[in-house]
Design a protein around this ligand. Structure first.
Ligand code: HSE
Length: 296
């Protein structure tokens, strides 16, 4: 007990279209957090982009550690946390889920709690309020989750052999603001279609049928229709994505980034092509990763 401890957590893209609040995939961008016991809690962000985040005990990583530790009935061990990250902040790539997963991992190691993966995921879902990003951040690969605010069911499977392109706009968007665009109710017939798209996409993900995953990624009715107008050239980018061979394109989580699933090995080329065509967005080529949160 007592550190120092270093944990690493991947970025995640949630929903993949119709898998709203349920499906997510871990991507090859990482947040690393070092924890060293100290007299009081403090957080040092090494990256320019993360300046302005709370650095005291109101910080999300610190709050998460506190919540897990209190629930385990242990005494607080204050630490200095040093954070580096190449996960764009506030861009729909799971930066807050990564912070939460990092906090859970640090609490587990610092206090030798030996939490099971499912318990870590439950803590994560209960803090974030939905299970998609945080389950993939913890498990890696692809996760399909059911979370109703109390019970959690998760199926995790390996990272698929595909490429990914993330189109990141210069603006940030808070998940809460993006969720505020959603309707309170959905027509029953439409909801049935949405559920079918989500189920079929999950089955296609499990069997590795990416052309079918891609077709279903384009068929969300739960959130995309209410959000997409906020993102310049959304329809044109979808059209261009298909023209250049992407399996599918959708919002990454609640936005504002867009995510394209593309054939393995074509992610760099498609990223460059789309960045040239749509210079408002910065294109980042990624790969799905099998590793979830881990540490030493
Ligand atoms: N499923 C969530 C949403 C992901 O779309 O609002 C954001 O964290």
């Amino acid at each position: 007990m007592g550190g120092p401890i270093t944990v690493r957590v991947p970025a995640t893209t949630a929903n993949l279209g119709p898998g709203f609040d349920s499906i997510a995939m871990a991507l090859s961008l990482w947040m690393t957090v070092g924890a060293t016991p100290a007299d009081r809690w403090s957080v040092v962000y090494e990256d320019e982009a993360m300046q302005g985040l709370p650095t005291d005990d109101t910080n999300l990583i610190v709050q998460t550690i506190g919540r897990v530790v209190r629930r385990a009935g242990k005494k607080d061990i204050p630490c200095t946390l040093r954070v580096t990250s190449d996960i764009p902040l506030g861009k729909g790539l799971g930066s807050s889920a990564a912070a939460i997963a990092a906090g859970i991992e640090i609490a587990d190691r610092l206090h030798e709690l030996q939490l099971k993966r499912k318990e870590k995921m439950w803590f994560g879902a209960s803090i974030e309020g939905h299970a998609d990003n945080v389950t993939a951040a913890i498990a890696g690969g692809v996760t399909v989750s059911f979370y109703d605010g109390s019970s959690l069911e998760v199926l995790a499977f390996d990272a698929p052999d595909i490429g990914g392109v993330v189109l990141v706009p210069p603006v940030m968007m808070k998940t809460g603001d993006s969720r505020g665009l959603l309707p309170a109710q959905l027509d029953h017939k439409k909801a049935t279609e949405g559920s079918a798209a989500s189920s079929l996409m999950a089955a296609a993900l499990a069997t590795g049928d990416w052309p079918l995953v891609g077709r279903m990624m384009d068929r969300d009715i739960f959130h995309e229709p209410y959000r997409k107008d906020r993102f310049p050239d959304f329809d044109k980018i979808r059209e261009a994505s298909h023209k250049h061979g992407a399996y599918g394109m959708t919002l990454s989580g609640a936005g504002p980034s867009l995510f394209l699933a593309v054939p393995a090995g074509r992610e760099d080329e498609i990223a460059r092509t789309l960045e040239t065509a749509f210079p408002y967005y910065k294109a980042i080529a990624v790969r799905p990763v099998v590793e979830g949160s881990s540490g030493n």
